[in-house]
Ligand binder design. Sequence first.
Ligand SMILES: [Zn+2]
Length: 247
Amino acid sequence: MFIDVHCHLTDEAIRANLTKLIEDAKNSGIGIIVTSGLGYEDCLKALEISDYKMIFPSLGIMSYELEGYESVLNLIEKNAKKIVAIGEVGLDFHISVKSDKELQKRVFKEFITLSSDLDLPLIVHSRSAGRHALKILIECNAKNVIMHAFDGSSSHSLIGIEKGYFFSIPPSVVRSVQKQKLVSKLPLDNILLESDAPALSPVPGSTNVPSNVRISAEVVSKIKGISLKKVEEITTENAMRILRIRA
Ligand SMILES: [Zn+2]
């Protein structure tokens, strides 16, 4: 089976068809899906829809909509035993985002500290801020890290690789030269698969779905010159190790 380490099943675009999308995912060989809450209300929904058989929750917040982030910190503390990760959390320095960078960094550090205190892995968002996010993670001595849909240069990924961080590859890898370069640089031991559904679809503008994790796996298989079976085996082993999920 494949593991989708990061997506948003509580998103409206997904939730309306959830039963079918889960069925499709199963039929594509996806055995486990981690759904990431974004903000307090969405985190409650993520907890609610988790069945702890196929769907597991992680709790976080949009890096640039940080109002009320303290309530998310509290919710994580209260549910520490029920969740497989903290996230997504991180930085978003994209040109379209009008949010105070210093505030983002400060809040990100609070989530990193909490992840160390609770011994939970972090799923990190770092749009247009890959280098900055890695720098802070290393400064804060973060140990168990998943860099989701990393859009930094593959040379910057090296410092994360050295620290044993994981990089989860979304289906948009099929149309992104940057992500293909990243895959070619990453050792297999640092690779995970994600859909980030409904975002990062293989086809621009369409709604992404968890079953597309198979597309990520196919691209990794092609770039690495190994069988799809091997990609499945290694990425699933990696994911189970960091998320501490037992099949
Ligand atoms: Zn996401």
